[in-house]
Design a protein around this ligand. Structure first.
Ligand code: MOS
Length: 696
């Protein structure tokens, strides 16, 4: 770290360089696959080639006798798991197959190449059953889940929507769809599993060491302290590594049969399209009603999405619509189609990203119907309080984001008429959208602070840095909490050896872990005073925040996008995006900016590129690689203008900060489709915006 970063009090807010930057760019930061371990073995999985049915026979003789092969594990010889309640994780316990690509075994060998080759020599016979692997909104497999993820109620209804909508002066009824998307972090899911004397160690690529420890301990029937999970560096997750998946169990099962030797399992990119989660496709209907002045009088949001038959995953897609804009007459519903597919999971801003795409598209359409500028329309419907909870907002500076963004972007001179600007072949348009994300605080994290002598402090918490900047931000927070400089902090994270930390998910990490560190510092001072001795320590847990009963806590943001569409080919380019955020105190301007740029880039990607295409006959994602599953490259990403407004929120946590990992994607895809509409006059309601949808 550079000398200019010396701080004592005031570390929070400093634009500190990433503390782990040098290790990462020199290749010395060990990711899960790279820990130096003696005598490793390599695992290559066997995956089901049918969608639904069972394995009736396995001939592994050719694989078993192949040079270098140590083990072929299948349901016929795999150890029994102690807990098979989670059907996603309970692999190799029978020959049953629940989706295409499900693990039915693995080959373990002295080299990766031998394992991979031998896996191809295993002959598997199946008995197949008819399956359903594609989402349809009129299917007979739709049901109403009891609750949505994160505990949200499934449906909400004030009971007066229909009447309010029927009597509205202006109405909009829009159907929007978002496709299945796969998280695809740069580092694939990876586990290196070692059993020694009944103790299991997992070098894991995960968003939460302790959540993996707890889940794996339960599945294998082990005492928690016999499972150690190590994850100092993680190459991205975007939610796919927020919960352990079957790959972790597979590596641990194989390692159990080869006591003492580490078994390494890193998924190939193609394997990343099965069994590590994905964003459910959604089919959404949004209806808006407004009076003559453009005041919303009715909002409804009805969602159909999918889950796996073996495990329910109920994305909270319309939950955001319950709070975002002012009207008493709100109705939201969610229906799930239970399919023979891998289990959907979290992907950056679960629920919010697809839900706000639909809502903010509808708001753009409705603004035009009401004859209002889209910013003015939103300001007119800005709520005084959170209508869903009845609570005031701890801070809600959406309008300030609109104003700052409009100025930075140059919104003022916009001709509202669609298709009003052409430059050569290019139709040029601009669009905007709102963003929001809740301030989540997961319970249970603990931090330990220990004085190591000479004014130096060790701070220990099992938190994960998935590439977001946790190492740096928690060091800054620790420095201010204890009242020393960042150079006096030795932060230790990414290992279950350290105190429990909640998952790096829901943009909750800094709130949960930082609050634990502040509390530990308070306890430390109380116990040891201002002049502690070497070895003095204190541990504390993330305290409850009583203000959550008094205030609704959310971050907000606004995007402005310029889109250029080739009038002949429908090619879309986005030369610039402006994002302005209201997220409380920013802990580290440099790493925060990266989070926003990353989120907005992922939103651009959601708008223009990403779509997992399922062939229903075979139940698999056809475009399962980066040649055909498109994500933006540098050439696709134009100028990203990111800023935030000064926001003082004393209620959220001791740092005054709101989570920033996910808000950047929420609504950014709608800003792109809104700009494309303004450029062309063609409203794209089905993501992604491929050229065929524009030239049709
Ligand atoms: Mo994030 S998708 O909540 O891990």
């Amino acid at each position: 770290m550079s000398a200019t970063t010396r701080t004592a009090g005031g570390a929070i807010g400093a634009s500190l360089d990433r503390l782990d930057g040098p290790q990462k760019v020199t290749g010395t930061a060990p990711y899960a696959y790279e820990h130096r371990l003696d005598n490793p073995l390599y695992l290559f999985p066997l995956r089901s080639e049918i969608v639904l049915g069972r394995v009736t026979g396995i001939d592994a003789s050719a694989a078993e006798t192949h040079a270098g092969v140590v083990l072929v594990i299948t349901h016929e010889n795999a150890p029994r798991l102690a807990d098979t309640g989670d059907k996603e994780l309970a692999i190799l316990q029978s020959g049953e197959v629940a989706f295409r690509g499900q693990y039915i075994g693995a080959v373990v060998a002295e080299t990766f190449e031998a394992a991979r080759h031998a896996a191809g020599l295993v002959e598997v016979a199946y008995e197949e059953e008819p399956h359903e692997a594609e989402l349809r909104e009129d299917g007979d497999n739709l049901y109403t889940p009891e609750r949505l993820n994160a505990g949200f109620p499934t449906d909400t209804d004030e009971g007066i929507f229909d009447a309010a909508y029927a009597s509205a002066a202006v109405t909009l009824d829009g159907r929007y769809t978002t496709p299945m998307e796969h998280n695809n972090p740069m580092e694939p899911h990876t586990t290196v599993a070692v059993w020694e004397g009944g103790d299991l160690t997992l070098y894991e690529s995960t968003q939460g060491t302790h959540p993996v420890q707890r889940t794996v301990a339960k599945v294998f029937g082990l005492d928690r302290n016999r499972v150690r999970v190590v994850a100092p560096y993680v190459g991205g997750g975007f939610g796919a590594k927020g919960l352990p998946h079957a790959n972790t169990v597979l590596a641990a099962l194989a390692a159990q049969m080869i006591e003492g030797r580490p078994v390494k399992f890193a998924l190939t990119r193609q394997q990343m399209f099965t069994g590590v989660g994905y964003r459910t496709p959604t089919i959404q209907r949004v209806r808006l009603g407004a009076d003559d002045e453009g005041n919303l009088t009715a909002i409804s949001h009805d969602v159909v999405e999918q889950t796996a038959k073996i495990k329910e995953f109920a994305e909270q897609t319309a939950a955001v619509t319950r709070s975002m804009y002012a009207t008493q007459n709100r109705r939201t519903t969610h229906r799930l189609a239970a399919l023979d597919v891998p289990v959907p999971s979290w992907m950056r801003a679960p629920g919010k990203a697809p839900g706000v795409f639909a809502l903010e598209s509808a708001m753009d359409e409705m603004a035009e119907k009401c004859g209002l500028d889209p910013i003015e329309f939103r300001i007119r419907n800005e709520p005084e309080i959170d209508f869903e909870t009845g609570l005031p907002y701890s801070s809600r500076n959406l309008v300030a984001c609109f104003r700052a963004g409009a100025k930075r972007f140059g919104w003022e001179d916009r001709n509202p008429a669609p298709r009003s600007r052409q430059e050569g072949h290019w139709l040029v348009g601009t669009g905007m959208a709102s963003s929001t994300y809740p301030v989540y605080r997961l319970p249970g994290s603990r931090a330990t602070i220990r004085h190591e002598g000479g004014g130096k402090y060790a701070v220990e918490i099992g938190a994960a840095d998935i590439g977001t900047g946790t190492w740096t931000a928690l060091t800054q927070i620790s420095a201010d909490a204890i009242g020393v400089g960042v150079e006096d902090i030795d932060l230790r994270i990414g290992d279950t050896t350290f105190p429990f930390a909640s998952v790096a998910g829901g943009s909750s990490g800094i709130t949960a872990w930082g609050s634990a560190i502040f509390e530990a510092a308070r306890v430390f001072r109380e116990r040891h005073g201002d002049d502690p001795s070497e070895g003095d320590e204190a541990q504390a847990r993330t305290p409850d925040n009583p203000e959550t009963k008094n205030y609704a806590m959310h971050a907000f943001g606004a995007y402005f996008v310029e889109a250029r569409v080739d009038a002949d080919t429908g090619e879309v380019r986005v030369p610039r995006m402006t994002g302005v955020f209201a997220v409380g105190n920013v802990i580290n301007a440099k790493t925060a900016r990266s989070q926003f740029v990353g989120g907005m880039t992922m939103g651009l990607s959601m708008a223009l590129h990403e779509e997992s295409l399922v062939d229903g006959r075979f139940g698999h994602v056809v475009n399962h690689d980066f040649a055909e599953y498109h994500i933006p490259t540098n050439a696709d990403v134009g100028e990203m203008d990111v800023s935030w407004i000064d926001e003082d929120d004393p209620y959220v946590n001791p740092m005054g900060s709101k989570g920033i990992g996910e808000i950047g994607i929420v609504g950014s895809a709608a800003a792109v489709t809104n700009a494309v509409y303004h450029a062309t006059g063609v409203r794209i309601r089905d993501l992604p915006i491929t050229p065929d949808k524009l030239v049709r």
